[in-house]
Design a protein around this ligand. Structure first.
Ligand SMILES: [Zn+2]
Length: 85
């Protein structure tokens, strides 16, 4: 079947949406404890509460929810590699 990748494509889109959700979420600031850290640019995170700037992942900060999306991204990349074979 030539089009066996369609189902995988839908799964990736769903996971991509999950990553987008995590990317736009707020994270707890390690400095002031306020859940005000937002992604301002690729790998740059800023606390809107105390104005501290952190470097982190391109789409996620290193937090438990971040770990989940990191796993997701890894899985998406693995699927992409498999599809290119
Ligand atoms: Zn802060």
């Amino acid at each position: 079947m030539a089009n066996s990748g369609i189902r995988n494509g839908a799964g990736i889109r769903k996971q991509y949406m999950a990553v987008q959700k995590v990317k736009n979420a707020s994270y707890k600031c390690p400095s002031c404890g306020s859940v005000s850290v937002k992604r301002v640019n690729t790998g740059i995170w800023k606390c809107t509460h105390c104005d501290k700037i952190y470097s982190g992942g391109a789409y996620i900060m290193s937090t438990p929810p971040g770990e989940i999306s990191r796993k997701l991204i890894k899985e998406i990349e693995k699927k992409k590699i498999n599809e290119n074979k």
